[in-house]
Design a protein around this ligand. Structure first.
Ligand code: ADP
Length: 374
């Protein structure tokens, strides 16, 4: 019988595991939040991932549980493990992707380079940190943030007063130094439960309004040293935190050549979509291999350059199909991936991958194809 992989969450990351699961001969089942989600094709159940009984019932029919997102509460993950369910990544690793304060403390323990940071509970504590860091900082809610929500640059404690007011008794906010980065990078590695690790080339990511817009793989002008440092950080975190499956490490590169860790994702990640069409083993296949504890595939690029451009829902919604037709007709070299989601302004509804010998060509074609959807 085929190994059954259960994915909690029915978004586009689960959707993009479907084709590689078929290729690998795995049976993929998805616990979707609602009908009509992006991963509908493999949805075998609809239920709330915060409802222990719903998750338990789903887990009873699969051999390994993995995730489309990191929001499944620790109590539920731990209950599954206590039931004997195989969960990858497990709760001990996932906690570091669920709570940025827990992550900062752990990375400090592992001596991984990161921005200066502190946990703050009051305006006074926040102001002390800002005063010690040129009067500026980045305040973050430790849990539940994504795509820049829950991240705020502040120049006085008063600018975070609403978040401080909302803090529950036991909670704190994370404040970090405002890093003067020259660009953002991402390093992905995959790790099997049995310990094998492979590393993808470090990539450059470009965010707009806190949302990933474009990725270039490998990161242009990445020196041998930069690539090695980034890969070393990825491996150290995967091993140190016991990550299983895909790990993405978001990084800042500074003008004095330092590499600092911004945050972690323990699942396929937007910074790795290029690998679907640009690497020997795409990140969705790799994630499945890793969580099923199968031998990992080569992460080597298949072309000198790969470019990924996200398709965000524009001001005019609807009629996505016609625009796909136009983009496909005009740019046959572009690989267009659609998520089956209703377009709303700013919502990720697909992406374009282009692999090429020529970086400028790849950037041009990927942007032009994606522009059909604006
Ligand atoms: P999210 O969890 O919402 O993705 P991040 O922590 O990745 O939030 O922050 C979103 C963006 O904010 C980053 O991609 C980066 O551009 C900027 N940012 C975050 N932390 C810092 C920092 N310490 N210094 C400078 N910019 C930052």
């Amino acid at each position: 019988m085929a190994l059954r992989v259960g994915v909690i969450g029915g978004g586009q990351l689960a959707r993009m595991m479907i084709a590689p699961a078929v290729e690998l001969g795995l049976e993929l089942q998805v616990l979707a939040e609602a009908d009509g989600m992006s991963a509908q094709l493999a949805a075998s159940a609809v239920g709330d991932y915060r409802d222990l009984e719903a998750v338990r019932a789903f887990a009873a029919d699969v051999d390994v549980i993995t995730f489309d997102h990191e929001h499944v509460p620790q109590e539920i993950l731990r209950a599954l493990v206590a039931d004997g369910v195989v969960v990858h990544p497990g709760p001990d690793a996932l906690q570091f992707a669920q709570d940025k304060l827990v992550m900062r403390a752990k990375l400090q323990e592992l001596d991984v380079p990161q921005p200066d940071w502190a946990a703050v509970r009051t305006a006074d504590e926040l102001q002390v940190f800002l005063d010690a860091h040129h009067g500026a900082g980045v305040v973050k809610t430790p849990r539940g943030g994504y795509d820049g929500k829950g991240v705020r640059v502040v120049r006085s404690a008063a600018e975070a007063q609403d978040w401080l007011d909302d803090l529950a008794a036991a909670d704190a906010l994370l404040v970090e130094e405002l890093v003067p980065f020259v660009r953002e990078l991402a390093q992905q590695v995959a790790r099997r439960p049995s310990g094998q690790i492979v590393a993808y080339p470090v990539v450059e990511t470009v965010q707009r309004d806190g949302v990933c817009a474009e990725v270039i793989a490998p990161a242009p002008a990445a020196s041998e040293r930069l690539s090695q440092v980034a890969e070393g950080i990825g491996r150290r975190i995967a091993e140190g935190l016991g990550v299983t499956g895909m790990l993405a490490v978001e990084l800042f590169e500074t003008d004095d050549d330092r590499i600092l860790v911004n945050e972690l994702a323990m699942r396929p990640h937007n910074s790795g979509h290029w690998s679907q069409d640009g690497a020997v083993t795409g990140q969705f296949e790799q994630h499945l291999r890793a969580v099923a504890d199968l031998p990992l595939g080569s992460p080597a690029p298949r072309a000198p350059w790969s470019v990924m451009v996200n398709i965000l829902g524009g001001p005019q919604s609807g009629a996505l199909g016609e625009r796909f037709d136009g983009a496909m007709a005009e740019y046959p070299a572009a690989k267009i991936h659609t998520y089956g989601k209703e377009p709303r302004p700013g919502r990720k509804v697909g992406h374009v991958n282009v692999a090429s010998d020529d970086l400028d060509d790849a950037v041009y074609i990927a942007r032009a194809a994606a522009a059909h959807f604006l």
